[in-house]
Ligand binder design. Structure first.
Ligand code: NAP
Length: 243
């Protein structure tokens, strides 16, 4: 079975691609700018005995998402598991937020999931089987000062996930979201030490999460045996939100 992970070159997407490969899935690795790390991930995955290929595409652009799917189909086949992981931040207080930063985040985090899901779902519906897993964020549930664009994109992805789940449940396709809390990646390493300390205090488990923690939750939703679970949001946050 073939899985596509968007934004798999680094961080959480990379860990998800590896977890899927460890579980026997062939993996289409999408990246935008980080070609070298996508290539090294591809080699690592192939060494596990499954098929993998890298595909450059900026999934925030509809035409590029469409091209991505046609390239995958002609070289690897139809996608059975889609993980919409690609995402960015452009933080600022909303009074200072530039419209281009608002739009960049909505395009990268939310519109990309719509473009890719629309491409994937045709073949999934024909096959009467599919697994769609969207990477949201606890910020989409709670909001966060300085992240109105990011929180809106992640709240949007949760609504999108539930709607897709309702539309396609009768055709063997599940759609679920994983909402990470604070995970150690390049997205969070830019935060100041005092900000990190404060976040840490709000995590009952008392530790920052690892990309592998998120990957395990994604694998749960990707599992063929979990077809009776759809439209759910699973927080992977060390108990930070509990809502
Ligand atoms: P990261 O380390 O910054 O990696 C982001 C990945 O997304 C990179 O592989 C990047 O690819 C890719 N990407 C970004 N825009 C893209 C686009 N337009 N087209 C294709 N690929 C694109 O971030 P991360 O922490 O792993 O985050 C992954 C996901 O988890 C995001 O959706 C993020 O919002 C979510 N999340 C993260 C945290 C956290 O604490 N880290 C918490 C909650 C949710 P290139 O490098 O190739 O450009």
């Amino acid at each position: 079975m073939l899985a596509l992970v968007t934004g798999a070159s680094r961080g959480i997407g990379r860990a998800i691609a590896l977890e899927l490969a460890h579980n026997g899935y062939d993996v289409a690795i999408n990246y935008n700018r980080s070609k070298e790390s996508a290539e090294s991930l591809c080699e690592e995955i192939k060494s596990l005995g499954v098929n993998a290929k890298i595909f450059q595409a900026d999934v925030s652009i509809q035409e590029e998402a469409a091209r991505l799917f046609s390239e995958i189909k002609s070289s690897m086949g139809s996608v059975s598991v889609l993980v919409n992981n690609a995402g960015i931040t452009r933080d600022n207080l909303l009074m200072r937020m530039k419209p281009e930063d608002w739009l960049a985040v909505i395009n990268s985090n939310l519109n990309s999931a719509f473009y890719c899901t629309r491409e994937a779902i045709r073949d999934m519906a024909k096959a009467k089987y599919g697994r769609i897993i969207n990477i949201a964020s606890v910020v989409g549930l709670t909001g966060n000062a300085g992240q109105s664009n990011y929180a809106a994109s992640k709240a949007g992805i949760i609504g999108f996930t539930k709607s897709a789940a309702r539309e396609y449940a009768s055709r063997g396709i599940t759609a679920n979201a994983v909402a990470p809390g604070f995970i150690e990646t390049s997205m969070t390493e830019v935060l100041k030490p005092e900000v990190k300390e404060n976040i840490l205090k709000s995590i009952p488990v008392g530790a920052i999460g690892r990309p592998e923690d998120v990957a395990k939750a994604v694998m749960f939703f990707a599992d063929e045996r979990n077809g009776y679970i759809t439209g759910q949001v699973l927080a992977v946050d060390g108990g930070m939100t509990m809502c």
